[in-house]
Write a protein that binds this ligand. Sequence first.
Ligand code: ADP
Ligand code: MG
Length: 525
Amino acid sequence: MQGNFPFDQFLKPDNINVNNFNSLDKSISTQHQPERNTLMDSVFSNEELDMMNSEIHKSLRLLINPEKYSAFFEGIFKLENIKNNKAIFSTSTNFIKSIIEKNLTQISSSIVNTLGKQYDIEITTKNSNINGLESLNPATGPIEPSYKPANAAEVSFSLELEPKKYDLLSRVESKYIDHINPIQNGILIDRSKTFTNFVVGPSNNLANAASIAIAKHPGKAGKYPSLYIHSNSGLGKTHLLHAIANGIKDNFPHYVICLVTARDFMREMINAFKDNDIQSFRTKYSEKVDILMIDDVHELSGKDGTQREFFHIFNELYNKGKQLIFTSDKTPEEIQGIEDRIRTRLQWGLVVDIQRPDFETRLAIIKSKAEELDLFLSDDIINVISCNIKTSIRELEGALIKLSAFSDIMKVDIDVEMVKDVLALKEHEDDRRVTLEHVAKTTSQYFRIPVADLKSKSRTKDIANARFIAMYLSRKIVNATHEEIGRFYGNRDHSSVVHAEQKIVSRLTTDVGLSKDIMTIENTL
Ligand code: ADP
Ligand code: MG
């Protein structure tokens, strides 16, 4: 900065209570004033910084919404130093820092109000362990939250010690992190994951229907003695395995169900080898099990020994008409490092995928999870979350858990602004901002048919099909009127748009390929 530190303003009597600054006044005027132009390395005493801090806070309090101020600033945002034209603040965690950083304008104004000039703002954190999303990078490994609610007894700590605000916020983060990075030690059938609380939409209806069919008629008695479900992470594969297991437990209590991750399967096999007891391992899986579910089967990649055992177990169970179910984040063709004979077997049965949920399904999931958490969310809030978190239901759940913990622990009401802050959401990206042009362009790219053809009079089957889909999506996503859409697609009458829409809606009930096409286009928009 090289500029002058505006002591005059900082000490301006009508700005602040002069009495508070007697000592500051003295120390500044006697010690620092001669060095005004060389403030570069100036370090104020703690007392001086505390006073400036408290003045900055007085101003901030007026500029920031009171709930937000009390949750994220009061007592946890502190001026640490003024140095090299920088006002250096500290806070407790990166999570809080990320929220504070959204208010740089207000902080900057408060600094100007208090110190009379602008400073660059630097915010440091004291405890970067509890840092929200960035610590979730699997590469960095699991993090150990500083607060882990372990048992009810812990509540007693509040009797003696008033928990600090950042402790409370760390609790919010811990709950979120525990959800996103669950500790998995083998799989016990989770009674809470059922078909009833699995929200169904176009993205998962096939996987859901096949799973229900298996729960009703497992093994050779049913249509799908082998099922393979694949999807990106967090879209419900494991939930469906539990739902099937629960369904079978209820309908056929005598069936032996084995739900295991590929990793645990492998570990068990290795231990069996070590203990010279591979025979019991084989007997357990190939003779005792009626329903074998292996979660994340892609983990067998490159594990030749395990694949060999798996191959034999698969054959035995398949020949006996037992039920086999696998999940994976890849299709059987995509899994590298597995033997072809295994790949072929994985492909033997029904192979279904789960796609990212569309807007409506996300809305329904948020509503259902919010209800489970006893969390009241206005339609605006549900919309903001649904427009921003699109790729994983686990993240969607994590967001609600975080909001619920935040509202419980911090005792504040949740509003849209708070939601954006707590979840670090971008500005509201309203799905409806998609235009007719977007839909036409995306559909045209997907089907490799020029937009001009979509707008033309051509009735060629492929072109008409793409046009119908584009019209349907223009209604669904852009919410345009039949007239507008008709005009856009070559000045057609509104009745042809009504016809296109009806046609697609009716085909969607039976045509899986169509529902996939539509979902892929929607997800690209
Ligand atoms: P995956 O195994 O595909 O990684 P999970 O089955 O673990 O995903 O799902 C992640 C979280 O999202 C789970 O808590 C699950 O209950 C929830 N979930 C996924 N899909 C749905 C759905 N359609 N309806 C309700 N909850 C869902
Ligand atoms: Mg899973």
